[in-house]
Design a protein around this ligand. Structure first.
Ligand SMILES: *Cc1c(COP(=O)(O)O)cnc(C)c1O
Length: 412
């Protein structure tokens, strides 16, 4: 157990990822523990976006679709994300939002399992995933049902009427991480397909969707990939399925020959089939900067530091705030957690607000969870010491009781 800040200064000095911090533009006086919700701004993003705006758009005008490679960006950036998640080239597309991509892939998966009517998911999954599945089931009008069971009951619930298993790899509240290979194999053994949501996994933990035989996956560009608010999301389709699937949104850029302007839709052969309409180029350029940074960091080092930082935070909170009413909800076993640490507390909301007022930015998730994202590219060991210093002060002096910290804002 570390009981001196100086010991952590030494860890930071020896950290092989220490140099990445300078690649981010972090405000003075802030300890940012919310990179799992909105990643920090890379220094290079502003210049890249400015160049795309001034040179590619401003001077290149429409020629830039060809000359600056705009038309190929969703697949080019997709391939880069593919390297982070263990996907073969040509199987990832950067496009749309996670929610929209989930709709596209779920519908495609259901189409491959006619006669089966159940989408199986985990109780407590991220709301958009469940809302999207419910909405799709309703719009199909064929009696599909979304069935949610606790994590421990998933395998047993993989019955012959299950068409698709839809799971989020890392739980957004607790940071608990599923065994992707094992659950994928179980779904396949039951004759079902699987769709994984990698929102809190891509760029955060080692992933190998090809080796794990994943059918479909979606994920976020603005969390651990640092692509900026509302960055394009991504989707993965296993190469063997790409030619079989039919998507519910058949836009012109998913056509085999968009610029032939044919009267009828003919699907493109590869991952391009999942494209709907014109990509947001400025946002895509910002995303690419974040993805390029993530690709420069060896994932084994990222994972090792993430686990060490998480363990440090858990230990420091236990040591310094042990009697303040926090209950750790993140699993302690390394293999079972991703890159966040969450505590349950009856006053989690005002505590989160009091921390933010002191420059320690984590977040609150209803009903009672205080969440700290661990981002090894720009967090130092000393940052966690300093953050827990503030937390201990907020708790012992009961600063969170100030009325202003209980005013609930729209975004928590
Ligand atoms: C953040 C997150 C999303 C976000 O979806 P958007 O369409 O980008 O708003 C989806 N699923 C999970 C599990 C998430 O954590």
């Amino acid at each position: 157990m570390v009981d001196r800040r100086e010991a952590l200064v030494g860890l930071d000095a020896a950290d092989p990822l220490a140099g990445f911090r300078d690649a981010f533009s972090l405000p003075e006086g802030v300890i940012y523990l919310d990179g799992n919700s909105l990643g920090a701004l890379p220094v290079a993003t502003a210049g890249r976006v400015a160049a795309v705006v001034a040179a590619e758009w401003g001077r290149g005008l429409i020629r830039s679709w060809n000359d600056a490679g705009w038309i190929g960006l969703p697949e080019a950036v997709g391939d880069k994300i593919g390297r982070l998640i263990g996907a073969a080239p040509g199987s990832v597309l950067a496009a749309d939002s996670t929610s929209v991509n989930l709709y596209k892939l779920l519908a495609a998966a259901l189409g491959l399992r006619p006669g089966r009517r159940v989408i199986l998911t985990e109780a407590g999954n991220f709301p958009t995933d469940v809302y999207i599945a419910d909405g799709l089931a309703a719009s199909l009008g064929e009696g599909h049902e979304v069935r949610a069971v606790p994590a421990g009951g998933l395998r047993e619930a993989m019955t012959p009427e299950v068409a698709v298993v839809m799971l989020t790899h890392v739980n957004y509240r607790t940071g608990a991480m599923h065994d992707m290979a094992a659950l994928t194999a179980a779904a396949h053994a039951a004759g079902a397909l699987i769709v994984w949501d990698l929102a809190h996994s891509a760029g955060a933990v080692p992933l190998d969707v090809a080796a794990d035989r994943v059918d479909f996956a979606v994920g976020c560009g603005y969390k651990f990939l640092n692509g900026g608010p509302g960055a394009p999301a991504f989707l993965y389709v296993a190469p063997g399925l790409q030619g079989q699937v039919r998507y519910p949104l058949t836009g012109w850029l998913g056509h085999a020959a968009p610029f032939a302007f044919e009267d009828r839709f003919r699907p493109a052969a590869g991952i391009a089939r999942a494209t709907v309409g014109t990509p947001s180029i400025i946002a895509m350029a910002a995303l690419e900067v974040g993805v390029d940074l993530a690709l420069r960091a060896p994932m084994a080092a990222v994972r090792a530091k993430s686990l060490a930082l998480s363990r440090l935070l858990i230990d420091l909170v236990a040591a310094r705030c042990g009697d303040a009413g926090f209950t750790l909800v993140t699993p302690l076993a390394d293999a079972e957690r991703a890159s966040q640490v969450s505590f349950r507390h009856a006053h989690a909301y005002p505590i989160a607000q009091a921390l933010i007022a002191r420059g320690v930015i984590g977040d609150f998730r209803a009903p009672d969870v205080l969440r700290f994202g661990i981002t090894p590219l720009y967090l130092r060991y000393v940052d966690l010491w300093d953050a827990v210093d503030v937390l201990a002060d907020v708790m012992t002096r009961e600063i969170w009781r100030e009325a202003r910290f209980s005013m609930v804002r729209v975004v928590t």
